[in-house]
Ligand binder design. Structure first.
Ligand code: DC
Length: 219
C-alpha cells in the first residue's frame, strides 16, 4: 500500500510522513533526500551543476540508498550533510534536471516495490505513484513555514533573519511550482491539508485517521 504526502518545503511533511510511517508500520521514503544526495555528489566530485548531461550521468553513477531511515551515498551516511543550507540552495540543479528526475523516479518506484510505504516529496501523487491509495497535499502559510525552517536552521547553528528565510523559500516555491518535469502540484484526487496552528502530534493524528479510513486493510 502506498501513502503519498506532497507539498511545499516547510509544511511539516518530513516529520509528519516519518511519524505516520512509524505508526502504520510502513517504510518511509524521503524523496527530497535523493535529490539532495545528487547535489552533494556533484559538489564532492566537482561536477559542474549547470552541466545537465554530466549531472544526469552522475545521478546514475552514484549509489543512493534510503535505508534504516538514513540516506547513504556510495555507502556513506550523508543524512545530516545533505540538509545544510549550502546543499539546500543548490539542490534545484538536481531537481530541475529531467535526466536526474527520470532516474530517481525509477529508483523510488523500485524502492517501493512490494512494500507498504509512506512517500514524501513534490511529485509523488502525480508522477511517481499516481495509483497511491492515499494522497495528501500538506500546506501551511508561508510565514509559518519560514518560521519552522528557521527553527531547524537554528537547531543546526545556522541562524538567518526570518526575512531571508522567507525570500529563499519564495524562490524555492516558485522553482518547485514551475519545474517542467514533476512540478509541485496537488494531484486531482489529493486531500489538501493545512498544518497551520496544529501541533506536530495533532497533524500525525489526523493523517493517521485519514489513512486508516481509506485503508481498512491496514487496521
Ligand atoms: O523536501 P526537500 O526540501 O528535502 O527537497 C529538496 C529539493 O528537492 C527541493 O528543491 C524540492 C526537490 N524535490 C523534488 O523536486 N521532487 C521531490 N519528489 C522531492 C524533492
Amino acid at each position: 500500500m502506498i501513502v503519498v504526502i506532497d507539498g511545499p518545503a516547510g509544511a511539516g511533511k518530513s516529520s509528519a510522513a516519518r511519524a505516520l510511517a512509524r505508526r502504520l508500520g510502513f517504510r518511509f521514503l524521503d524523496t527530497g533526500a535523493m535529490y539532495r544526495a545528487v547535489a552533494l555528489a556533484a559538489v564532492r566530485q566537482s561536477v559542474k551543476l549547470d552541466d545537465r548531461e554530466a549531472i544526469s550521468q552522475l545521478a546514475r553513477r552514484v549509489k543512493i540508498e534510503l535505508r534504516d531511515d538514513r540516506l547513504w551515498l556510495d555507502g556513506e551516511d550523508v543524512t545530516a550533510e545533505v540538509r545544510s543550507s549550502a546543499i539546500t540552495s543548490i539542490t534545484h540543479y538536481a531537481a530541475d534536471n529531467p535526466g536526474v528526475r527520470e532516474h530517481l523516479v525509477k529508483l523510488q518506484r523500485e524502492t517501493a516495490t512490494g512494500q507498504n510505504i509512506v512517500s514524501e516529496g513534490r511529485d509523488q501523487g502525480t508522477v511517481v505513484f499516481p495509483e497511491a491509495q492515499v494522497k495528501i497535499f500538506l500546506t501551511a502559510s508561508p510565514t509559518e513555514r519560514a518560521r519552522r525552517r528557521l527553527r531547524d536552521l537554528e537547531a543546526r547553528g545556522e541562524g538567518l533573519p526570518l526575512e531571508t528565510v522567507l525570500e529563499h523559500q519564495n524562490l524555492r516555491d516558485e522553482r518547485d511550482r514551475n519545474r517542467q518535469t514533476g512540478p509541485l502540484v496537488p494531484a486531482a484526487d489529493a486531500i489538501q491539508f493545512s498544518t497551520d496552528g496544529l501541533e506536530p502530534e495533532e497533524v500525525v493524528d489526523q493523517l493517521e485517521a485519514l489513512a486508516r479510513a481509506r485503508m481498512p486493510a491496514v487496521e
